[in-house]
Design a protein around this ligand. Sequence first.
Ligand code: ATP
Ligand code: MG
Length: 398
Amino acid sequence: VSGRGGAAGLEASVRPGSSTPSARVAMIGAGQLARMTHQAAIDYGIELHVLAGSPSDPAVTAGAGYTLGRADDVVLLRRLAAGADVLTLDHELVPLDLLRTVASEGGVVRPRAEALALGCDKMFARTAVSELGALSIQVPAFAAVQHTSDVVEFADRHGWPVVLKARSGGYDGRGVVIVEDRGAAERVLAGVDPGGAPAWVVEEHLEIAAEFAVLMARNPSGHTAAYPPIGTLQVEGICRELTIPADLPEDLVRRGESWARSIFEGFDVTGVGAVEYFVTRDGRLLLNEFALRPHNSGHITIEACATSQFHQHLRAVLDWPLGTTGLLRPAATVNLIADSTHEFAGRLPHALGVPDVHVHLYRKAPRPGRKVGHVTALADSVPEALERARAAAERFVR
Ligand SMILES: Nc1ncnc2c1ncn2[C@@H]1O[C@H](COP(=O)(O)OP(=O)(O)OP(=O)(O)O)[C@@H](O)[C@H]1O
Ligand SMILES: [Mg+2]
């Protein structure tokens, strides 16, 4: 099934064929990232076509062209790539071997599967980064886990608690478990097939003083553009708030940026991606993980920077000139996170009573813990912006 504007079968009547798009981009996934990419695609006269799981997906209700199907259907991926100048992604739950197949047949897939592996598999990412020895990129102490004994051995060296992380498929802290002792580790690992590949990584538990993301764009011609550092505040594993510029020592930010650039160059990453960093209480900078696509932290760039991450992603995957990333004004973003009771959409007018805030609602069903929107405010200082964004976000729930 495919269609435009949610109306399958109406293509002929709503596509007169007289207007040629500036480019055709296909995107695997139709969530809020695809939805906001579609907004940017409209600005540029780009035709965006998404692979959606449901006609109620956020990018489909926003009017992007769509095909209904699954990301593990190689026939669909092939068709999407054939109908577009470039095939890109809004999530990493895609079998990379299928993307390799599509690319080997001449489909243009950006970023390429070899780079995407960094964002799909935490063990691969940790190992790959540690092996870039010359750059001395620091990551938390880690080890692959096959059996509980691997966790206990690791804890003998690094102390309890430790952190168990699902190698792949985790997000919003799902798949991240703090483990206090052997018994707890056993319970977490109970679901693992001992014959299969290790599904978990164990990490030292860090005293984290701050977290930030370096958002970076790179196009196939090799041009890169880094955004100012974005501070991220996680509560129970879910990102709640963003600030730009992050309040961090300049040398630390510069190091994070140079590590990110080296990795984007070393792995030939194209498109926009985020590198998440930890700053520990004892002042260490550690690389946490990658998201090689537009990222939640980058939502703040829509209003705060000269080029939004979504415009930038399109420019990057199409090998167009990258936009400047400069900060227009200090800003803060507060994510709207659903619980079982709140109806966000109906409260929008109340929230808009707070002057000078930018609200984005994704039209996602409000399941507990789900990000259903965000609010950004710009001001003369980050604390002032944060206060205003919080006030508006608060009005969605009270
Ligand atoms: N080793 C650690 N020590 C202490 N806290 C940690 C550690 N690893 C992760 N965390 C906390 O858990 C959060 C989520 O971890 P991580 O980013 O690795 O997982 P994720 O679920 O893949 O996240 P995302 O939602 O960004 O995809 C981190 O932002 C951090 O606040
Ligand atoms: Mg993370």
